[in-house]
Design a protein. Sequence first.
Length: 424
Amino acid sequence: MSLALSTNATISAASPAPALRIGLIGFGCVGQGLYAILQQVPGLGFEVGRIAVKSPDKPRSLPKEAFSFQADELLHDPALDVLVEVIDDAEEAFRLVSTALRQGRRVVTANKAMVAQHLPELVALQHEYGGTLLYEAAVCGSIPIIRTLDAYFGQEPLRSVSGIFNGSSNYVLTRMGQDGSEYAPALAEAQLKGFAETDPTLDMAAFDPRSKAIILAAHAYGVLLQPDQVLNLGIENVSATDIAYAAIANQKIKVVAGLYLLPDNQLTVLVTPQFVDQSSPLYAVDDEFNGVVIEAEFAGTQFLRGRGAGGHPTGSAVLADLAALRGNFHYAYPKLAAAQLGYTTDLEIEIYLRTDDELILDQLGFTDITEEADEDGYIVGFVPLDALLQHRDRLRQAGAFVARTGNVRPATQPADTLALAEVE
Ligand SMILES: NC(=O)c1ccc[n+]([C@@H]2O[C@H](COP(=O)([O-])OP(=O)(O)OC[C@H]3O[C@@H](n4cnc5c(N)ncnc54)[C@H](OP(=O)(O)O)[C@@H]3O)[C@@H](O)[C@H]2O)c1
């Protein structure tokens, strides 16, 4: 086709590029979400070429002939331009994605646990074999946070990146705050409404937001972390008493994943319940929503809020990655290349701890106590972060609930208290 111009010149309009053929591995919540979007909006230039699932006998919305039951067949199909890996098995996901990257393929994944666990290898495989891996859907669903940090904020120092990265626990805390209910009925309601898994551990014990924080640490700060280096404390032991304690001070308890740049080019990452007051944009992020606050050195504060899960929101993030791949986008990991920051846990953080376990109190080694109420069983004060890391599992098993106030200080200089809360 050509367009005639008044100058008699002509421009040949490029014929539309052939649709990118997708090999879709996994047809659950996210896989079906992406499929539905592509059906609903034809003409996007993507077509699902093949779909792989696991169980041959499961009832499906498409005929059985539409499926392969061997994901490896898709890996070895040269007619597929891009692979979308959205299965629920992190180990198998890593095998599939790393094999595809060794073939120099273009791959999209939504698997945060897999990416967080294997990020150094996944970056190295891309360099070595020339493939590309994008994973926007792995962090906060539809919120475009990874590309924002990697591409837009790739050069600018960031004072902090913090947020609510898990919709299930946020839903439970919101219900407890609104109804005065206890944890168990609030969780049961979240499960009934499909906002929490049957096994809620990954979400409620904050393993899921920890994976997301680890992914963001690579893009926002160029720091590669192993999961065990990052403190994650969840809400399995939260009670209506704790929520009421926060409400008296006009605060809410939220599970905040925080990446904080400290003096001397040190980064620390904390994923724990935190008291949040109305000055924080996170205060109003309720129900199943996610929110991220970026504190950039020159741009100032930015806040993104959106749906962190669900077929359509997560499918939307996968679609954005597919479009980015078509434009030859890849993560530049610019701060990884600069590698200027260290990682520290040599800090004291101020916590609210409710427990009736005397041993835990001794083990944590409070260095300073700012408030104590024996009758309610809580204590507020500074403890070494390393002690919390060491006793994380015992805190959980002992039924203790911990929330941080937002204050931290270097372990060796008690006078220099920093208010992290101020930068959220
Ligand atoms: N759900 C969300 O809102 C959400 C949000 C962000 C990220 N994610 C991530 O996205 C991924 C998928 O989550 P989902 O909720 O869509 O999971 P899901 O609903 O449980 O679906 C998983 C799909 O993977 C298939 N599968 C499992 N093992 C397979 C294998 N070895 N080969 C081929 N197919 C296999 C299953 O097959 P069968 O159908 O035969 O069982 C199923 O279709 C996970 O990594 C999750 O963490 C999910």
